[in-house]
Design a protein around this ligand. Structure first.
Ligand SMILES: *[C@@H]1O[C@H](CO)[C@@H](O)[C@H](O)[C@H]1NC(C)=O
Ligand SMILES: *[C@@H]1O[C@H](CO)[C@@H](O)[C@H](O)[C@H]1NC(C)=O
Ligand SMILES: *[C@@H]1O[C@H](CO)[C@@H](O)[C@H](O)[C@H]1NC(C)=O
Ligand SMILES: *[C@@H]1O[C@H](CO)[C@@H](O)[C@H](O)[C@H]1NC(C)=O
Ligand SMILES: *[C@@H]1O[C@H](CO)[C@@H](O)[C@H](O)[C@H]1NC(C)=O
Ligand SMILES: *[C@@H]1O[C@H](CO)[C@@H](O)[C@H](O)[C@H]1NC(C)=O
Ligand SMILES: *[C@@H]1O[C@H](CO)[C@@H](O)[C@H](O)[C@H]1NC(C)=O
Ligand SMILES: *[C@@H]1O[C@H](CO)[C@@H](O)[C@H](O)[C@H]1NC(C)=O
Ligand SMILES: *[C@@H]1O[C@H](CO)[C@@H](O)[C@H](O)[C@H]1NC(C)=O
Length: 632
């Protein structure tokens, strides 16, 4: 820990003005300073509709309007001291929050809100491509809004007359405004296969053979290659970024390369290459508007000054900024009196209006306690998965018993996206916890022996079973985990079932639990949150946090319903109805086949009258969790 870098702002009081009206105020905490350099970047990724910020977590409570104000202050700083600032977003802007999901059509508000922030490089994520309506909307709204900055190096869309055409320019070459750094930027999506048939993803290994790519990397008038994309920096089965890195270095041995990644929802910073390579680094900047990734590079050549012969290698630095006003004020040397810009304030107001129109704060009920996805062991009384398995699913299916058979009900844990906090469970919460529209399917009269083993098969089969048998031939493990942040990615950080995880922590800022008292010592102002370890060490988080323990969860959970309760062992049914989330239909059929009973799609039928998991959860909350009148 570098204390020289740490701001201890002991007396820093301000009235919070922007952010969403019901969002909690940020909490003071010891901060590390922004490592400002010659060329500076702000990076967002996997925001998934959270542009209104986190209304129940002080640590992440600023909104997209605040980000606009923040970027404007840093841009002014760059103009003042002659450095440069570039903004980057690497996709998955949609699905996962009521602000996006609750409107009809989905995203009716978020695209206008998002595009108020200017971007220098923006790319697509897999969530923009699952449905043809989402990608069409993206192509109609965001691509024109960002023009040359919306880069699609390996993505096409089917045009009105049926041709496959580039989704955006394949690359962008530009010169930074103050330093005159010549940047060649590309924008990728990982080798994704689950897209609707109106878009075409070209595999990265094929894209790097394209003449345009080969020409681009041979360009000598480039001071920096900027590779942005919805691609994890490491531990991907296809190693997309390593392939790009190798391809560039094969032709160009020393031009610096900056990677910007996403998809796995973690904070990470990686050194690329082997041996003495010191000019290629990448950052990944978390998820859900919890994090603004900051990276700086100093010592780059510019169009008028070639430093490649005098300076051995440029200096890369990084900082992961927690999205709250305390951090944003400190890093921009502003206070509540001069932080908001007019545009930023307008955007915060548009978000508030959209939230109101969509009635996102309407409560279904009030949660009596916190339920965690990863922060409590599974099974346990504080696990949201246990809540589903022991209460929500059994209650719902027993109420809706139309089959008159005992049943086994399975769902992928990826269907659950986030924690449930004590207090109001609102319309917004339903989308946050479960944004997916997948319904339930069932097969009647499955031999109990096979049905009871499906869950185990799916929890141990992993990618092999899925890859070979699942119909969607090349579903990757990430695809299959479905949209769930894969959780901890470094296996070495995990003990058997418990991780003091440092890459993918989920934080509830402790403001409500431990309000700041001015007499507190520093130590007691440290709140739980991200404590990232990356290739540069453990000093990357702007806020010094206490680590949060995380626990592994299985891929699939399930409940047995309508079994005689007296003596399960003696009284096992011969046949059961096997009910499952539609999302895992292919995998369930594959597992059954492996267990010796074959069923086809024609054997499946709709269950629960077409209710989605979101409906199931909100219906259960409405029935079971009352709000005490005076608790609000
Ligand atoms: C979409 O939002 C606009 C305001 O931004 C509103 O006027 C319009 O009615 C909305 N459309 C739908 C279908 O909700
Ligand atoms: C979009 O997909 C839906 C089904 O997923 C299909 O019915 C519709 O025809 C598709 N639209 C276009 C323009 O391809
Ligand atoms: C993408 O579009 C280009 C230009 O129309 C075309 O040449 C190429 O074959 C398309 N790629 C794919 C994967 O369809
Ligand atoms: C795309 O899929 C839709 C159904 O989702 C189908 O109607 C359409 O024919 C498909 N288009 C192509 C070009 O395969
Ligand atoms: C993840 O990638 C790193 C290299 O970046 C490697 O050292 C590590 O072993 C990988 N972990 C897993 C679980 O594959
Ligand atoms: C921060 O802003 C104040 C004025 O608001 C100014 O006096 C001071 O020099 C600034 N500090 C830095 C490091 O820019
Ligand atoms: C902010 O909103 C006000 C009122 O709608 C409008 O007059 C003003 O032009 C907007 N400013 C910016 C920078 O968008
Ligand atoms: C969990 O909840 C059940 C039922 O409310 C209770 O009986 C049990 O004691 C709780 N267990 C723990 C460890 O709190
Ligand atoms: C449905 O109800 C019947 C009795 O009416 C019972 O035997 C059966 O186990 C129940 N099934 C489920 C899934 O609740």
């Amino acid at each position: 820990m570098q204390f020289s870098r740490i701001h201890l702002l002991l007396i820093y009081t301000y009235l919070v003005t922007a952010k969403q009206p019901s969002a909690p105020s940020a909490v003071e905490a010891p901060l590390r300073e922004l490592p400002w350099g010659q060329l500076n970047f702000l990076h967002t990724t996997d925001t998934h509709g959270w542009h209104g910020g986190h209304l129940q977590e002080p640590q992440y409570s600023a909104d997209w309007g605040d980000y606009i104000s923040f970027a404007s202050h840093l841009r002014r700083r760059a103009d003042k001291d002659g450095s440069d600032l570039l903004l980057i977003d690497t996709g998955d802007r949609v699905e996962g929050n009521g602000l996006y999901d609750a409107s009809d059509p989905k995203g009716n508000y978020t695209s206008d809100i998002f595009t108020q922030q200017s971007m220098d490089v923006i790319t697509v994520g897999n969530h923009e491509l699952y449905k043809n309506t989402t990608s069409s909307h993206e192509y109609a709204k965001l691509v024109p809004a960002y023009k040359d900055s919306y880069i699609a190096s390996n993505l096409n869309i089917t045009s009105k007359n049926g041709d496959s055409i580039p989704f955006g320019p394949r690359y962008r070459k530009f010169t930074t405004r103050n330093q005159g750094i010549r940047v060649l930027a590309m924008g990728f999506i990982y080798n994704f296969r689950g897209n609707a048939n109106n878009t075409q993803v070209q595999k990265v290994q094929d894209t790097i053979k394209e003449p345009w790519f080969q020409d681009a990397i041979r360009n000598r008038d480039v001071d920096l290659f900027l590779i942005a994309g919805h691609v994890a920096l490491r531990n991907t089965s296809e190693a997309e970024y390593d392939k790009i890195y190798d391809a560039i270095r094969l032709e160009n041995w020393d031009t610096p390369i900056a990677f910007f990644g996403g998809h796995t929802h973690i904070r990470d910073f990686k050194r690329f290459g082997r041996g003495t390579e010191k000019k290629a680094y990448g950052i990944e900047s978390g998820r859900y508007l919890e994090t603004y990734g900051f990276m700086s590079i100093s010592g780059l050549s510019t169009k008028s000054k070639d430093v490649s012969t005098t300076v051995a290698s440029p200096k890369f630095e990084r900082l992961y900024i927690d999205n709250n006003l305390y951090s944003l004020h400190c890093h921009s040397n502003t206070s509540s009196s001069n932080f908001d810009t007019e545009l930023g304030k307008n955007v915060s107001a548009s978000i508030a209006t959209a939230r109101k129109t969509l009635a996102l704060d309407r409560p279904f009920g009030c949660a009596p306690q916190d339920y965690w996805l990863y922060r409590s062991p599974y099974p346990s009384n504080h696990s949201v998965l246990s809540l589903l398995e022991e209460h929500v699913i059994p209650d719902t299916f027993t109420d809706k018993n139309s089959s008159h058979n005992p049943a086994i009900v399975l769902t992928n844990t990826g269907a659950v996206r986030f924690d449930v906090f004590k207090g109001p469970f609102t319309k917004d919460t339903t989308y946050i916890v479960c944004p997916f529209t997948s319904t339930f399917r069932m097969i009647k009269n499955v031999p109990y022996d096979a049905a009871s083993r499906v869950m185990k098969a799916l929890n141990s089969g992993g990618p092999i079973l899925l890859g070979d048998e699942a119909g969607d031939t090349e579903a990757t493990y990430e695809d299959w985990l479905g949209l769930r942040p894969p959780g901890p990615v470094r296996e070495s950080d995990l003990t058997a079932d418990h991780a003091e995880d440092d890459l993918s922590s989920f934080t509830r800022g402790a403001g409500e639990q431990r309000p700041l008292r001015s007499s507190n010592k520093d130590k007691s102002r440290i709140t739980p949150g991200y404590t990232t370890t990356d290739d540069f060490g453990d000093d990357g988080d702007d806020t010094i946090h206490e680590p949060i323990p995380l626990y592994k969860v299985p891929n699939i959970i399930g409940a047995e319903i309508g079994f005689s309760s007296d003596d399960k062992a003696k009284d096992l049914p011969k046949n059961v109805d096997l009910v499952f989330n539609e999302y895992i239909q292919g995998f369930t059929l594959a597992a059954l086949k492996q267990l010796g009973v074959s069923y086809g799609l024609e054997n499946t039928r709709q269950a629960l009258d077409g209710m989605t998991m979101t409906d199931v959860i909100s219906g259960w909350v409405e029935k079971n969790w009352k709000c005490e009148k005076d608790v609000a």
